[in-house]
Design a protein around this ligand. Structure first.
Ligand code: GUN
Length: 306
């Protein structure tokens, strides 16, 4: 087979951001509404700080009001719940995102269920989970990573996946399960596989669409990929890259890899997302799209189609 098409998530994400910017300008013009996104972070985890900083910056670039609440790691659950309730009540806030994971003393489920479902731009509230699983994709906020992955699949295969076998590796509430619902809504035949699946490679080789969301660096080798498959790699793993030399502290430099062995999979697939530059940029773009949708809904205006 010829080398696979490299699906350019950065380019697709940039297009979505442009649509968000023009939709935001139109919403300001017609309704005088400025979309507002509030991100809440607890503690000093460096990776979470980077994610949240980049969400807040992109929100500003889109023309949103961007609010960032940075709380100390020792913040009590009650204090966090009050922050969430205040954001629920603030009419200038259309999207609320509480960065996960939360410190161990806080009940994550309780915090998520306290977010107003109509401001739940992460799509984690049970109301949105229910809307998505009953096929009400118009009303649901869909979690950003699977929503972005689905857009990349549509770029390659179009909107109707009738007759296609999709295999998702990973059964998380944030990626695997909502991904399955989206693929099902697009008429694919869906299998969710995971670490306890028997002969995982053989199951994956049945996939016309293979979505990897396991969090294990380069676990899916060429042996997992059917000729001509579309491969979506959701994983972002940092591994040592001694070939790049040493950092100042004497430890090896690192690089990012996905859950798929790119070279091996690309030799068989028809199309594949790289890491970085595939699903990653789509996640933030979809968060902006969800926030604009929420602001449009609040103003009674039809949002752009993404
Ligand atoms: N932590 C890692 N990914 C996410 C995400 O998509 N949303 C939130 N809220 N926290 C995360």
């Amino acid at each position: 087979m010829a080398e696979a098409e490299r699906i350019d998530g950065k380019a697709v994400a940039a297009r979505i951001i442009e649509t968000v910017k023009s939709g935001t300008a139109a919403l300001k013009e017609t309704a005088g509404t400025v979309p507002g996104l509030a991100v809440v972070i607890i503690g000093e985890d460096p990776a979470s700080q980077v994610y949240v900083g980049s969400k807040a910056k992109t929100a500003k670039d889109c023309g949103f009001t961007s609010i960032k609440h940075e709380l100390r790691a020792e913040t009590s659950e009650e204090t966090l719940l009050k922050v969430v309730r205040d954001l629920n009540a603030d009419p200038q806030v259309h999207g609320i995102l509480v960065q996960l994971p939360l410190p161990g003393h806080i009940d994550e489920a309780k915090v998520i269920q306290t977010i107003d479902p109509d401001k739940d731009v992460d799509g984690f509230h049970l109301i949105n989970v229910g809307r998505l699983s009953t096929g009400d994709t118009a009303a649901a906020f869909v979690p950003c990573t699977p929503a972005g992955s689905m857009l990349l699949i549509r770029e390659v295969l179009g909107d109707d996946l009738s007759g296609k076998n999709a295999v998702i590796v990973g059964r998380s509430n944030i990626v695997g399960k909502p991904m399955a619902q989206l693929l099902l809504a697009a008429n694919a035949t869906v299998t969710i596989a995971h670490s306890r699946t028997k002969d995982l490679a053989a199951v994956c080789r049945g996939a016309d669409i293979l979505v990897a969301a396991v969090g294990r660096p380069e676990m899916l080798t060429g042996d997992y990929v059917k000729d001509g498959a579309v491969v979506i790699d959701v994983g972002i793993n940092r591994i040592d890259a001694p070939e790049k030399g040493l950092k100042e502290d004497g430890t090896p430099k690192t690089r990012l890899v996905g859950d798929v062995n790119y070279e091996e999979a690309a030799a068989k697939a028809a199309a594949i997302t790289p890491v970085p530059g595939g699903v990653g940029p789509m996640t933030i773009a979809m968060l902006m799209a969800n926030t604009l949708r929420s602001a449009c809904r609040a103003a009674g205006i039809t949002p752009p189609k993404f």
